[in-house]
Design a binder for this molecule. Structure first.
Ligand code: FUL
Length: 517
């Protein structure tokens, strides 16, 4: 194949509709909650008593409100973790909320959370661990039927599901011996049939694990990758192993720096669209532990993760675990609210652009289209984009700003319906009449937040130096620097949440006092 033929082949690889959908979301939340929460464990072995599941003040609506406020578009919930304890009224086992004191065995956390999500316009997704340390069938072929029966209950009983997160963890059964070989193909088939709009993540064909659980994204992330088995085994080997696992340890195969450069692709003949997802917890553990109340990620760290993951052509899945009251702990709420305030502030002052120049555009797809952000809510396709008429050595785009101001962020989006193409670009700012480089970028993809030291300017130049065929740019937005602590749109949410928490604490104290009498 000639170089041109290869580039044509790479750029023919585009996202499916469900992938386009989740790429538009960018940032979703993960919620790990179950028996482990009450036992102070990360992984329990399926023998914990259901009696332990006894939240004093569970409020799934609070979770949804907090996570929505933080910016998450959807919530993925651990309907069943590796311990096999089911958080819904399942007919498949008694090892579930049915056997717990919660609502006298009548509670259904999956139902409550999906209803709360619906009420607040947040998408709802499920995590159903294939590894089950309680089920006696685990390790035999019948276990797959059991797992599929659980999937079916969840996919048919709780409205629309936007994501099914298949964890690759695959350990021994309760007897310590058998290990299951999961029939993923069968699970995919069931999911596609019952919830065709859902993405299948992690050990699934739609969303790829980035390769670590520490919040690290690649600098140049690609969605067009060789069609190889992104190694469910590799995921198994490299995700959390035990309570003391080092979640920062990257998987060497999945986290190798280069998965999609031209050099890399050259060795393959078949390719797939495979966006990365950075799954990371706000705390050291995935489940709540009181001892970690002081080890919550800082606002700066959360922002950095957001910029580099959600703003780095990856999806961000941020885990926030509710505590033993059944609510998201005040400390996490406070952190998330401050994170949201800073994030919203950072993008609150978009700089108007007076004029944009770029190489002669292809008929109908003019440069000004890049200044307008918009997409169709059904197809997730953008409403306009720019592409040059001809291929060239490099492409220079200049933006004359409507005012001189301090700029520290540029958001760029490629129209990925024409695949991912930009390989290398530089942003320069005009200072004292001269262009100075402020940002060296690799890939753009479905979302790139280029952030840099604030620079006072009234003109920016973006030069694409390397591209697969010609670029298709959907959007460029320029944002003014907002000083920390100066939030023009500070939210009243924090004081409301504080008041609610105060009221809840008073109630809990009163309850305790009554019980003590
Ligand atoms: C891992 C699991 O073992 C962890 O407990 C957690 O659920 C994480 C998201 O995936 O594989």
């Amino acid at each position: 194949m000639t170089d041109a033929q290869r580039l044509k082949l790479y750029t023919s690889v585009v996202p499916s509709k469900v992938q386009r959908g989740i790429q538009r979301d960018g940032f979703n939340a993960f919620v790990h909650y179950g028996l482990n929460t009450f036992a102070g464990k990360e992984w329990s072995d399926g023998t914990l008593s259901p009696e332990l599941f006894d939240p004093t003040d569970q409020d799934t609506e609070q979770w949804v409100k907090v996570l929505k406020f933080a910016g998450a578009k959807g919530i993925i919930f651990t309907a069943k973790h590796h311990d096999g304890f089911c958080m819904w009224q399942t007919a498949t086992t008694d090892y579930s909320v049915k056997s717990s004191p919660y609502k006298n065995g009548k509670g259904d956390v999956v139902a409550e959370l999906s209803a709360a999500c619906k009420k607040h316009g947040v998408k709802f997704g499920i995590y159903l661990s294939p590894w089950d340390r309680n089920c006696p069938l685990y390790g035999s072929a019948e276990y797959d039927d059991y797992y599929v029966a659980q999937l079916k209950e969840l996919l048919t009983g709780y409205g629309e599901i936007f994501a099914v997160w298949l964890d690759g963890a695959c350990g021994a059964a309760a007897d310590g011996k058998s290990v299951q070989s999961y029939d993923f193909e069968r699970y995919y088939e069931v999911i596609r049939k019952l919830q065709p709009k859902a993405v299948i993540s992690n050990c699934g064909p739609d969303v790829r694990w980035v390769g670590n659980e520490g919040g690290f994204a690649r600098e140049g992330e690609w969605c067009v990758l060789p069609k190889i088995d992104y190694a469910t085994q590799d995921i198994i080997a490299n995700s959390q192993h035990d309570e003391k696992a080092d979640m920062k340890k990257p998987s060497l195969v999945m986290f190798s720096e280069d998965l999609g450069s031209r050099e890399m692709l050259e060795n393959y003949s078949e390719f797939v669209w495979s966006p990365a997802e950075v799954d990371v917890s706000i705390r050291p553990g995935w489940f709540y532990h009181k001892s970690q109340d002081h080890r919550i990620r800082s606002v700066n760290n959360l922002l950095y993760i957001y910029y580099t993951a959600a703003g780095g052509n990856s999806l961000l899945l941020l885990n926030v675990p509710p505590d033993t009251t059944g609510r998201i702990n005040d400390a996490d709420v406070d952190r998330l609210v401050r994170f949201a305030d800073r994030k919203n502030a950072a993008f609150s002052m978009q700089v108007p652009v007076d004029s944009v120049t770029a190489p002669q555009h292809e008929e109908g797809n003019k440069a000004r289209n890049m200044l307008r952000f918009g997409f169709d809510k059904n197809s997730f396709e953008c409403t306009g984009y720019y592409t040059p008429a001809e291929e060239a050595e490099k492409y220079e785009i200049t933006l004359k700003l409507a005012k001189t101001c301090k700029v520290d962020k540029v958001r760029l989006i490629e129209n990925v319906s024409f695949s991912q193409r930009v390989e290398n670009f530089v942003i320069e700012a005009k200072v004292n009449g001269k262009f100075k480089p402020v940002y060296y970028g690799k890939t753009i993809g479905f979302n790139r937040i280029a952030f840099f030291r604030a620079v006072r300017t009234n003109e920016l130049k973006i030069t694409i130096y390397s591209c697969r065929l010609k670029p298709y740019i959907e959007y460029i937005g320029v944002f003014e620097h907002v000083k920390k602590g100066r939030n023009p749109h500070a939210s009243p949410f924090r004081s409301i949440m504080k008041a609610i928490h105060r009221a809840v604490n008073v109630r809990l104290a009163a309850k305790k006092a009554v019980n003590a009498d």
